[in-house]
Design a protein around this ligand. Structure first.
Ligand code: FCB
Length: 452
């Protein structure tokens, strides 16, 4: 299928025949069934129940009811012509206490989910941690307590042994920046702390838990491919002035290089360490080596570039994010910049020995409406998708080794602190009835994937 009504004609045959075409989802955002089959509360249940934390006062208690409707959802993914599917495991379904035995019902749910993916020709991509820490672990210090690293490794061990014969692709953590910084610095996400040193310690411990999980998963799963999914942003200067250009370097040092440098064996960037000073995390001997465990791929989650200016009053980076008026934006206010994706992928491929790259999330939120005729005409989201796929194609042409693309997301879902106010799905969820309606964007993706 060649699109002529968009600036960028694009077709599936522009990509390698073994390119992975997927969608991404996460457990807390879609599953619901919060108290079923032995699941215990996660930090997101607690956070959502705290007044003022989630904008519409909602929670993931029901969400898309995927826990009961998973067959329909996987049917939809199959019908779209996808060949891969990224999901996450809810840790609180697997362990209900510190010394607990694994919960057989929790394991059984993911086992049948994975079987159903395989039966539909969807390659399972399993994320172990997509932000839903069991509350009982938070109660003893959460990720800032190194005991949580051990708990994570035990959880990773049990799950990878259980699913490993069928799941070859493993993502340890989704977006450690968000876990650490939104969770503990700006407090926008669960558990809602507001302390930079705490956030940096969480960040470090999460990265250590990642690094230690890599060999463990490989030992359990012959032929496993293990990586991490980072939320990365190209960083742009608000002006051509020297001060703003310096601000870019400082912002990038913590926002992107903190993760990339550490994961690829270069330690935390000197510039970032200087800026955070005494708030730097405690690093034990062997930690940096652990974090730098060789990965099989890097997952890049891309949404928008960040534009920064010099802001001497802002501790610790002395930068401030700005939102120039002249940019195209989604209804969420996020800048639409396919060029940012090209630049980001080229940068990662150029600056780091990352090997295979996957876009593990990319998508847009618009205020969709169900039309009287039952359709959802999300033309803006379709265009976003087309233009970002063209960006992936261009980055490949420029030499970046990109092997797959996972759109965020299959379904509208619980968008964290925004609740149900933001819709990212290729499929519309009519929440009162839980009816699934493939949007124009989803129909486009499907036609693109199934065109001759
Ligand atoms: C990412 C998250 C994902 C979703 C999208 C919109 O940061 O990984 O769960 O919320 O943003």
């Amino acid at each position: 299928m060649i699109l002529t009504d968009l600036p960028t004609a694009i077709q599936r045959s522009d990509f390698a025949s073994d390119f992975l075409w997927g969608v991404s989802t996460s457990a807390y955002q879609i599953e619901g069934a919060a108290a079923e089959d032995g699941r215990v509360p996660s930090i997101w249940d607690t956070f959502s129940a705290t007044p003022g934390k989630v904008r519409d006062g909602s929670s993931g208690a029901v969400a898309c009811d995927h826990y009961h409707r998973w067959e329909e959802d996987l049917d939809l993914a199959q019908a779209m012509g996808l060949n891969s599917y990224r999901f996450s495991i809810a840790w609180p379904r697997i362990f209900n206490g510190v010394d607990a035995e694994p919960n057989a019902k929790g394991l059984a749910f993911y086992s049948k989910l994975v079987d159903a993916m395989l039966a539909r020709g969807l390659q399972p991509w399993c994320t172990l941690y997509h932000w839903d820490l069991p509350q009982y672990l938070e109660d003893r210090g959460g990720w800032a307590n190194r005991a949580t690293i051990d708990a994570f490794l035990h959880y990773a061990d049990v799950v990878s042994k259980h699913l490993g014969e069928r799941v070859r692709h493993w993502i340890t953590h989704n977006e450690p920046w968000c876990t650490a910084m939104h969770g503990n610095w700006d407090g926008m996400h669960a558990p809602g702390n507001k302390s930079l040193p705490l956030a940096l310690q969480v960040c470090h411990n999460v990265l250590v838990s990642h690094g230690l999980a890599v060999p463990l998963i490989r030992a359990n799963v012959p032929g496993a491919k293990v990586g991490i999914a980072l939320s990365l942003h190209p960083v742009k200067a608000a002006s051509d002035g020297a001060a703003d250009r310096q601000a870019v370097l400082r912002h990038d040092a913590l926002r992107n290089r903190w993760f990339l440098d550490a994961l690829y064996g270069r330690g935390y960037p000197e510039l970032a360490l200087q800026l955070v000073g005494r708030d730097a995390p405690q690093v034990l001997p062997g930690d940096m080596e652990a974090i730098a465990a060789t990965m099989d791929f890097l997952g890049v989650n891309y949404y928008f570039p960040e534009v920064v200016r010099d802001a001497p009053e802002q501790y610790p980076l002395r930068t401030s994010i700005v939102y120039p008026q002249d940019r195209q934006r989604t209804d969420f206010g996020w800048e639409v910049s396919p060029q940012g994706l090209v630049e980001l992928l080229e940068r990662v491929a150029r600056d780091y020995p990352a090997g295979d790259l996957y876009v593990t999330e990319n998508g847009s939120s618009y205020d969709d409406h169900l039309d009287a005729d039952g359709a959802v005409n999300d033309t803006a989201r379709r265009d976003y998708l087309v233009r970002h796929l063209a960006a992936v194609r261009d980055a490949i042409a420029a030499g970046a080794n990109i092997k797959g693309y996972f759109a965020w997301s299959l379904l509208d879902n619980f968008e964290w602190a925004e609740g149900y106010l933001r819709r990212f799905g290729l499929t519309y969820i009519d929440y009162p009835t839980q009816r699934r309606i493939l949007k124009q964007s989803g129909r486009w993706y499907s036609a693109f994937l199934q065109a001759e």
